[in-house]
Design a protein around this ligand. Sequence first.
Ligand code: HEC
Ligand code: HEC
Length: 436
Amino acid sequence: MSKSPNLLLPALGFAALAVGVAYGVSTRNYKAEEAALAQLQAERAAEQAAAKAAEVSALEAQIAQVQEVAREEVRLAALSGGTLSEPAPEREGTFGLGREAHPQEIAAWDVDVLPDGRGLPEGSGDVWTGEEVFVDQCAACHGDFAEGVDNWPVLAGGFDTLADEDPVKTVGSYWPYLSTVFDYVHRSMPFGAAGTLTADETYAITAYILYSNDLVDDDFVLSHENFAEVEMYNADGFVVDDRDATEYAEWRAEPCMEDCKDEVEVTMRSVFLVETPPEGGSNSVMNPARDIALPSFTAAGPSFIPEATPQPVETAILATAPAEPEPDQGDALVATGEKLFRQCSTCHEVGPGARNKSGPHLNGLFGRVMGSVDGFRYSGGFETAMEEGKVWDEAELAAFLADPKGYMSGTRMSFRGLKTDEDQAAIAAYLSAASE
Ligand code: HEC
Ligand code: HEC
């Protein structure tokens, strides 16, 4: 904008002053002179004010122009993939904090996939590619067959355990939507290197996890096109919570405070639930369920950790666990074995109608020739054992389970083993009982 009006105005003021003074001197009337001088001063002040106002509006116009240029630069930078360190442009009626997100930024964040397949990237992957990527990137924690190593989450199996005391919630047994698998894996796995998987790798892994759960065959190819057709096992297992409509009235009733129980029993302590020991252990929620001998306490009884002599929780459990064995040892052993078998059930079935999964069915194991189940593809070691006619008995099974890879080198059974004599005996008792 031109500055000429600013320069002109003071000049005009000066001219007016000169005319005024000339008029005052010529009249020689003192009073009139005084009045004229006052008027002159007032006129001069008004002129100066006008000049300043003109200067201010000229500066405002300049500022607006600079802002407009800056905004345009920011906009152009955004279009050409600008950086996060750009200055924040001012916006009408705001404090000028933040800026509009770039389309690229939105795209990078907008990765969620909905159950109906909305949000899926284009791509595809098959089970075998998935197995390769999985073994490479996931198996260290989740096991070759998604069975979970040590305390890392199990991703396969656990079918029909959801109503049990110790449900095994896996992608296969629990998750209702496949989109969650894709989204979760794509977004947050491999643990520690989240966000590194391509869309195709994620499709392949998702296909492999489905395969590990016996939900698809090994020639299955998953893509954005057939994604929505996959039915998950537990798709119908969730209901909409309607308790506000169905039960709320009941909750509002006055609570009954009559005939209360004398004794209140603590059945579980959160210490059992939060603990996740690195090498596994009987108290871990991440571990397959085991019997934990729980002390029972009454309101009047000893406190869980006595105040006078604090002791570690484990010791407290052992100290108060029943010393007497169960009355019927045989049944108890089978029951223990049944619980232990959950660790095997990811890969093995036993009992009427048992099929081969990623491991052979275990019906009639004792007396059975090793590596002899029809239609199961064994590793070389088991094939040799079959040719030699070696037969399973309790001692062989115990030795195998104690250290699968040590017993049968190259075995495909990826399982850390059952170390103790008691556990091995319990499993043997259960296998005999279950396959009768
Ligand atoms: C370093 C160990 C590690 C690696 C490697 C790893 N994960 Fe995980 N994964 C975890 C842990 C830990 C969790 C539980 C995270 C949580 O609950 O916050 C988990 C959870 C999951 C879950 C959810 C399980 C559930 O039932 O909640 C899935 C699915 C999964 N991982 C898939 C994968 C896939 C696929 C890969 C390979 C691309 C992979 N993970 C690599 C450690 C790992
Ligand atoms: C991660 C999957 C997996 C788990 C868990 C697993 N197994 Fe296996 N099991 C296999 C596979 C695979 C084979 C075939 C091994 C081979 O060919 O090398 C096998 C083989 C066997 C065999 C030999 C069967 C035969 O026909 O000769 C027995 C017995 C066995 N497993 C028992 C168990 C028991 C008991 C458990 C639980 C304590 C268990 N397995 C846990 C996968 C598993």
